[in-house]
Design a protein around this ligand. Structure first.
Ligand code: HEM
Length: 208
């Protein structure tokens, strides 16, 4: 989780610098991509600033010693993360309408963005009703979906590095990279939820 959060944060920092100004006439492989995001800078910022805060804060919620020692901090940070998640998720859906990778990317981000918001809602609803176990599962699911974005980065790096050989452009490979990144990280989250479920139930002495 820490590695994926670091990758996500690095992606945001890079995008913030690029939005700050790509030199005119720049011909790096990223120049047309950068121009694309600069054209929708406001919505991109509305998406990436909350996303950055989300990945910086969310790992803290998973540290059990912090949760036990400072439950009030856990609750306050949790509310903040949910607020950030709503903004990041809603803006992701808006950005999904006209993504670089066309329909292949848009369908992946719209599907996982919707599932992210749904998981966030379920996590909130369960903790409101004091169902801690189910809250933990839905928060884990929500986090795994969001971190799928970070998994797409090394996948995209491979596509970029091999583009001279494959002839694939970002418009062509962003879609497959999103499906692979989001899909694999979501599945890893599901495996973890199922693997840790009996242990958690034993620790709490409760059953679902
Ligand atoms: C539910 C989770 C998320 C979804 C569905 C999502 C979706 C999207 C979409 C659709 C775009 C526009 C892409 C395009 O136009 O081709 C985008 C851009 C971006 N997202 Fe997200 N996002 C999510 C979470 C995150 C997180 C957690 C981070 C990092 C902390 C992040 C960082 C970025 C960055 C940096 C961009 C700007 C484009 C770039 O530099 O590659 N996103 N996102």
């Amino acid at each position: 989780m820490a590695i994926l959060c670091a990758i996500g944060a690095a992606a945001v920092v890079r995008r913030l610098f690029a939005l700050g100004g790509t030199p005119a006439g720049s011909s790096t492989p990223f120049a047309s991509l950068d121009a694309n995001f600069t054209a929708k800078a406001r919505m991109t910022l509305l998406h990436i600033v909350p996303s950055l805060l989300f990945v910086l804060l969310v790992p803290l919620q998973f540290i059990s010693s912090l949760r036990q020692r400072y439950p009030r901090v856990h609750r306050i940070t949790g509310r903040l993360i949910m607020g950030l998640g709503v903004v990041a998720g809603a803006s992701a859906l808006w950005l999904s309408a006209s993504p670089v990778g066309g329909i292949a990317e848009g369908t992946a981000t719209a599907l996982f963005g919707t599932f992210f918001l749904f998981s966030l809602g379920k996590a909130w609803w369960h903790i409101r009703n004091r169902r801690v176990e189910l809250h933990r599962e839905w928060v884990t699911r929500m986090t795994a979906i969001a971190l799928g974005v970070a998994t797409t980065r090394p996948i995209m790096a491979v596509f970029f590095a091999t583009s001279a050989l494959t002839g694939l452009t970002p418009e062509q490979f962003f879609g497959p990279a999103m499906w692979l990144g989001f899909g694999s990280t979501y599945l890893a989250g599901e495996v973890w939820i199922r693997y840790s479920r009996p242990q958690m139930a034993m620790n709490r002495g409760t059953h679902r």
